[in-house]
Design a protein around this ligand. Structure first.
Ligand code: SAM
Length: 347
């Protein structure tokens, strides 16, 4: 028998929204990606027979009875609407895939971010809804493929259950305004976030808007400076807040990336992407030549999580040997990332 996972009409807290968009379950209990399915006419025959009933159930749960306007803000109702919306977009995309067209809309549809990214204990809670993710992408605080990258990474490297220790740091050279994804991925590991960029980009003031919607964030402890959250401290701007009761600081540093190597920190997460030889990039090979120096910022015997696209200059052999690879859709072509765990003894 074929079933479609969106058929759950009352979404329990455990409903995996990301799977709704990526997989259909067949009787054999195997999951296939949309792309594999698309080539199979069988799918369409099955959809044809099953979708009307499942769609009807989800749709009924959304509109059942007379719902006052306030119900739109109800968590379960929001989830139903997200599921229904995602399903319709994916069904539409299937028709384009079958006609041999790519990229398709489903590749770029934003997914809600589940609690799996932050904790093993509450994986099913949504920590950032679909609308906020879309807004973050539009503001340049996140990239199109990130709502797929985040669950992929967190499934492969589950976040630790214990809170990060004092001084634990994330480093992102040539960060621009690409701040939200490293913050989400880094929260289970780090208290301090070092974002370097010596360009002329303005302070990412709009980050506050998205950050306050991220579950677990408490801005009450954040000091303001002239009405702004980003407080100037020499060549850097600091934004403090609490997450899960633990103080965090974002540092947006207007200096050369290499200044980070002078800092006395406990490097716990290295994040890097979008850098290049030209076009405003640093031309610094952080993932190869500079990698051994970077790892001197790690206390010996500890490990450091990394996620990088390896540009510019490619990936050091020792790093490549320890890394997993993932491809996520982006606007032009798929983006390839390498990620894993490293210790300073690797070199
Ligand atoms: C192509 S942008 C990438 C931004 C971001 N990583 C992203 O993916 O959206 C490269 C950035 O590197 C910054 N940059 C270039 N050379 C740098 C250096 N030596 N130190 C710090 N930042 C640098 C530029 O200002 C620019 O914002």
């Amino acid at each position: 028998m074929t079933s479609i996972s969106v058929g759950r009409c009352k979404p329990a807290r455990g409903a995996a929204l990301t799977e709704v968009t990526c997989c259909l379950k067949l009787g054999q209990r195997k999951c296939y990606s949309w792309h594999v399915f698309a080539s199979r006419q069988l799918l369409f025959r099955r959809l044809h027979t099953r979708w009307p009933k499942n769609g009807y159930l989800v749709r009924n749960s959304i509109f059942h009875g007379s719902k006052p306007l306030g119900k739109t803000y109800d968590e379960d109702q929001k989830r139903r609407l997200e599921v229904y919306d995602l399903f319709l977009k994916c069904i539409t995309s299937l028709f384009f895939l079958v006609a041999g067209r790519k990229p398709v809309a489903s590749d770029c549809v934003q997914l809600p971010i589940s609690g799996m990214a932050l904790s093993n204990t509450h994986p099913s809670n949504t920590i950032l809804d679909q609308g906020s993710v879309l807004e973050a992408v539009n503001l340049g605080l996140m990239k199109v493929g990130d709502s797929r990258l985040i669950p992929e990474f967190s499934r492969s490297i589950p976040p630790p259950d214990i809170p990060p220790v004092e001084g634990s740091a994330l480093f992102y050279p040539s960060a621009g305004s690409d701040l939200l994804t490293p913050i989400i991925l880094g929260l289970p590991y780090c208290r301090e976030f070092f974002f370097y960029d010596n360009g002329s980009a303005p302070i990412p003031l709009l980050l506050e808007k998205t950050l306050r919607r991220l579950r677990g964030v408490d801005l009450a402890t954040s000091n303001r400076f002239q009405g702004r959250r980003w407080r100037p401290e020499g060549a850097e701007f600091v934004f403090s807040f609490d997450h899960s009761g633990v103080p965090r600081s974002l540092r947006w540093i207007k200096q050369d990336n290499k200044e980070f190597l002078n800092r006395n920190v406990r490097l716990s997460f290295y994040f890097h992407r979008g850098d290049s030889w030209g076009e405003g990039g640093s031309g610094q090979c952080w993932d190869s030549d500079l990698f051994p120096k970077l790892l001197t910022r790690m206390p010996s015997g500890e490990s450091c999580v990394f996620l990088t696209d390896g540009e510019p200059g490619g990936l050091h052999d020792a790093v490549r040997a320890k890394s997993k690879e993932v491809r996520v859709p982006s606007l032009r072509s798929d983006t390839r990332y390498f990620y894993g765990l490293l210790s300073s003894e690797v070199f």
